[in-house]
Design a protein around this ligand. Structure first.
Ligand SMILES: [Cu+2]
Length: 121
């Protein structure tokens, strides 16, 4: 094996090892396999701010705080009501058992800090 081939092989092995680690880390962040919504100052984010998350009944959504300020997850209207503690770290998960449209806000930053969860039966 030439030096260049050996270097390339080592690089491929390193990339493969890195790729193998990514799914494990992603699963750890998104508990229960459902979507994760990031909480920043001052917005809910999943690909964009004020996201509309579409799921089926029985799916768990996890909110992950990456903010400096404190925020919460509060259902303003929807088939079920729930709320998280007000905090600035950690995660909060909710399993959506009932279909419908959930309007969700941060209790401290409503109405600007908001998102929607649409649960299909
Ligand atoms: Cu907030």
């Amino acid at each position: 094996m030439t030096t260049r081939a050996r270097t390339r092989t080592a690089a491929v092995v390193a990339l493969t090892a890195a790729a193998a680690l990514i799914p494990t880390a992603a699963l750890g962040a998104a508990s229960h396999g459902g979507p994760t919504v990031k909480i920043i100052d001052n917005a809910f984010v999943r690909e964009r701010q004020r996201p509309v998350v579409r799921i089926h009944t029985g799916t768990t959504v996890t909110w992950r705080w990456t903010s400096r300020q404190s925020h919460s997850v509060l259902v303003r209207s929807g088939p079920e009501r729930f709320s998280s503690p007000i905090r600035n770290h950690g995660t909060f998960a909710h399993r959506f058992a009932r279909a419908g449209t959930y309007r969700i806000v941060c209790s401290l930053h409503a109405p600007g800090m908001r998102m929607t969860v649409r649960v299909l039966g």
